[in-house]
Design a protein around this ligand. Structure first.
Ligand code: ATP
Ligand code: MG
Ligand code: MG
Length: 567
C-alpha cells in the first residue's frame, strides 16, 4: 500500500521529536468547552488530537475547558464523552480547567504582586474603546498604575461576591502599544455569579480563556497544543503566560507549544455550538440529535458510521488556510463506507400493488437474499415471495418512453432474488390513478434455473403484501437553502440588523424533512436496531430511528443511493 505523506502537523511533531523537545514526549489534549454537543468540526480536531498522540506513542487527554459557568452543563460533559468514544477514541486522563482554579488564582495573585496585573474598574465598553486599532496604540487605563495593595484587595472582593458582574476585571499589564492587539492589557479575570457545574459557588472570579488554556496545558504537561487558526494571533500571549507561569524554570525546555490548523467549514452546514443551541432552543429542529443536525449524535442517529467520518476527515486533510468543503465529499465518504458495511434489504416507500395473475393463490416461496454482495462470505437471509407484492409506484408506467426499462405493459423485468415477470396491464380508479398492476411470472427464471440468465434490462425490488411490515420512513434533505450558511447568516444580520434566529429563519429549508408513513419493509427488519446499517436496495442507506419500536417501525434515510442496477 502507498505510504501516506505526513500532514504539516505530523511534520512539526517529527521535527520536535528529532530536536528532543520536551524530552521527546508527545502529549496532546482535546479541550472542548462543555457548552453544547460536539459537531463534525470537532471530529476533525478529535482525529488530529488523538491521532497525533497515537501515531507518536503519546497520550491524548480530555480536558473540559469549563471556565464559563453560565453556558456549561454536565449534560454536555456526558454527551461529549459518549461522542468521542463513538468515534473510537479513548482519552488518557479526564481533566477539567476548573481543577486548576486555585492554581490559576495563585498565579494571578503573584502577577499582581509582581506588578504584572491590575484591577480595572472601567466597563467593558470603556476598555474596548481604549484598545486602539492595529495601527494606532491604545490608551492606558486610569487604573493601570494603581498600588498593588489596592488591586490585591479588589481582586479578593471580586471573588468574594462583593463586586457586581461587569463592574471590575483583572487585566494583565503588558503593552497598550503592542502591534498584537491581544497584548494590550488583556482581561484575565471577570466576575460571574452563576454557580459552576463542578465548583458550585466557591468562585466568583473566573479566568478568561487566554489565561486558563495555556496554563492548563502547562500544568498537565501538554507538549503539542493543537487548535484552529483563529488562535494564531493568541499564540504570543499563550507563550508569554507560559513564560510567566514557568517562573524559575525558564531554562528547561519543558513547555507546551501551540500549533494551528484550519477549521472545518462545510457547504450547506452551519456549525458552532452557539448556533446549534439556537436551533434546539427555538425548536427549529427536534433536539441536538435531530438527524438534520451536524452534531455527532445527529449523524449517528441518521445512520452515519464512525468510520465514514474518519474517511471524510482523511479526505479533506489539514491545512493552514480556511476553505469551504463540499458536503458531497462527506456523503461520498458515507456511501463508500456503508457500501461495504450495510445489509441489503427491500423496502417499498411509495407502494402500488402488483398481482402476478398466473402465480398460484396461497403459495409462498422463500427466496434467498444476499446480505452484502460486496462481501464474498456474506450471509444470506430469506424473503417471502407470493402472488401479491408491493412495488414502487414509480416502477410502473402505462405509456412509457422507449428507454424505460421498468414495468410497462408487454415488457419483461426481473424481480430481485425472484422471477422474471411480464407486465400485462393495470387497473385504475375513476380519477385515473393506478391502483393495481398486473403481470405474469415465468416459472423457469428463478435464480439457478435454466432461464434465469435471460437478458432483461430492469430489476425491481418488491416485498410480499402478506409477509411485510408497515413502516414510517423519514427522508432528510439539507437544513439550509444557502451554500455557505455561516457567511449568509452574517450578511443577513448585517443587512437587516436582526437576531441570529431571524436570520436562520430566512435561510432554513422548509422541506428538510419528509415523512412517508405508509412504507413496507421485509419482515427481516422486525428486529432491526438503531446503528444497524441498512441499504434499502435501489433507494439509499437507512437506519432504524431511536424511536422505532416493533409496533411502529421508523427508518431514517442516511444518504440516498445512486441507482446502480436499473433505470
Ligand atoms: P464552537 O464555536 O462550535 O462552540 P469552539 O471552538 O468554541 O467551537 P470548543 O469546545 O472550544 O468549541 O472546541 C474544542 C476544540 O474543537 C477546539 O480545539 C477547537 O479549535 C476545535 N474545533 C471547533 N470547531 C471546529 C471546526 N469547525 N473545525 C475543526 N476544529 C474545530
Ligand atoms: Mg472554544
Ligand atoms: Mg465556543
Amino acid at each position: 500500500s502507498e505510504k501516506k505523506s505526513l500532514n504539516f502537523i505530523e511534520q512539526i511533531v517529527e521535527k520536535d521529536l528529532k530536536e528532543g523537545k520536551n524530552g521527546g514526549r508527545v502529549q496532546t489534549r482535546f479541550p472542548p468547552e462543555p457548552n453544547g454537543y460536539l459537531h463534525i468540526g470537532h471530529a476533525k480536531a478529535i482525529c488530529m488530537d488523538f491521532g497525533i498522540a497515537k501515531k507518536y506513542g503519546g497520550v491524548c487527554n480530555l480536558r473540559f475547558d469549563d471556565t464559563n459557568p453560565t453556558k456549561e452543563d454536565v449534560e454536555y460533559v456526558e454527551s461529549i464523552k459518549e461522542d468521542i468514544q463513538w468515534l473510537g477514541f479513548q482519552w488518557g486522563n479526564e481533566y477539567y480547567a476548573s481543577d486548576y482554579f486555585q492554581q490559576l488564582w495563585d498565579f494571578a495573585i503573584r502577577l499582581i504582586k509582581e506588578g504584572k496585573a491590575y484591577v480595572d474598574e472601567q466597563t467593558s465598553e470603556e476598555i474596548a474603546a481604549q484598545k486602539g486599532t492595529p495601527t494606532q496604540p491604545g490608551t492606558e487605563s486610569p487604573y493601570r498604575n494603581r498600588p498593588v495593595e489596592e488591586s490585591l484587595d479588589l481582586f479578593q472582593k471580586m471573588n468574594a461576591g462583593e463586586i457586581e458582574e461587569g463592574k471590575m476585571v483583572l487585566r494583565a499589564k503588558i503593552d497598550m502599544a503592542s502591534p498584537n492587539m491581544h497584548f494590550r492589557d488583556p482581561i484575565i479575570y471577570r466576575v460571574v455569579k452563576t454557580p459552576h457545574h463542578r465548583t458550585g459557588d466557591t468562585w466568583k472570579a473566573y479566568p478568561m480563556y487566554d489565561f486558563a488554556h495555556g496554563q492548563s496545558d502547562y500544568f498537565e504537561g501538554v507538549t503539542h497544543s493543537l487548535c484552529t487558526l483563529e488562535f494564531v494571533p493568541h499564540r504570543p500571549l499563550y507563550d508569554l503566560f507560559v513564560d510567566w507561569v514557568k517562573e524559575g524554570k525558564d531554562l528547561d525546555d519543558n513547555r507546551p507549544r501551540q500549533y494551528e490548523f484550519n477549521k472545518l467549514n462545510l457547504s450547506y452546514i452551519l456549525l458552532s455550538k452557539r448556533n446549534l443551541l439556537i436551533l434546539v432552543k427555538e425548536g427549529l429542529v427536534n433536539g441536538w440529535d435531530d438527524p438534520r443536525m451536524p452534531t455527532l449524535c445527529g449523524f449517528r442517529r441518521r445512520g452515519y458510521s464512525p468510520e465514514s467520518i474518519h474517511k471524510f476527515v482523511d479526505k479533506i486533510g489539514y491545512t493552514t488556510y480556511d476553505a469551504l468543503n463540499d458536503f458531497a465529499l462527506l456523503e461520498s465518504a458515507v456511501r463508500e463506507d456503508l457500501n461495504a458495511r450495510a445489509t441489503r434489504v427491500s423496502a417499498v416507500l411509495n407502494p402500488v400493488k402488483l398481482i402476478l395473475t398466473n402465480y398460484p393463490e396461497g403459495q409462498v416461496e422463500e427466496m434467498e437474499a444476499v446480505n452484502n454482495p460486496e462481501d464474498p462470505n456474506s450471509p444470506v437471509h430469506t424473503i417471502e415471495f407470493s402472488r401479491e407484492l408491493w412495488i414502487e409506484r414509480e416502477d410502473f408506467m402505462e405509456n412509457a418512453p422507449k428507454k424505460y426499462f421498468r414495468m410497462t405493459p408487454g415488457q419483461e423485468v426481473r424481480l430481485k432474488n425472484a422471477y422474471i415477470v411480464k407486465c400485462t396491464g393495470c387497473k385504475k380508479d375513476e380519477d385515473g390513478n393506478v391502483i393495481e398492476v398486473y403481470a405474469e411470472y415465468d416459472p423457469h427464471t428463478k435464480s439457478g434455473m435454466p432461464e434465469a440468465n435471460r437478458k432483461v434490462k430492469g430489476t425491481l425490488h418488491w416485498v410480499s403484501c402478506n409477509h411485510c411490515l408497515k413502516a414510517e420512513v423519514r427522508l432528510y434533505d439539507r437544513l439550509w437553502k444557502v451554500e455557505n450558511p455561516r457567511d449568509a447568516m452574517a450578511a443577513i444580520r448585517e443587512e437587516k440588523n436582526c437576531s441570529a434566529l431571524e436570520a436562520m429563519k430566512e435561510m432554513i429549508n422548509p422541506d428538510s424533512l419528509k415523512v412517508l408513513d405508509e412504507c413496507y419493509v421485509e419482515k427481516y427488519l422486525a428486529d432491526a436496531k438503531p446503528l444497524d446499517y441498512l441499504q434499502f436496495q435501489r433507494i439509499g442507506y437507512f437506519t432504524p430511528d431511536k424511536d422505532s419500536t416493533a409496533e411502529h417501525l421508523i427508518f431514517n434515510r442516511t444518504v440516498s443511493l445512486k441507482d446502480t442496477w436499473s433505470k
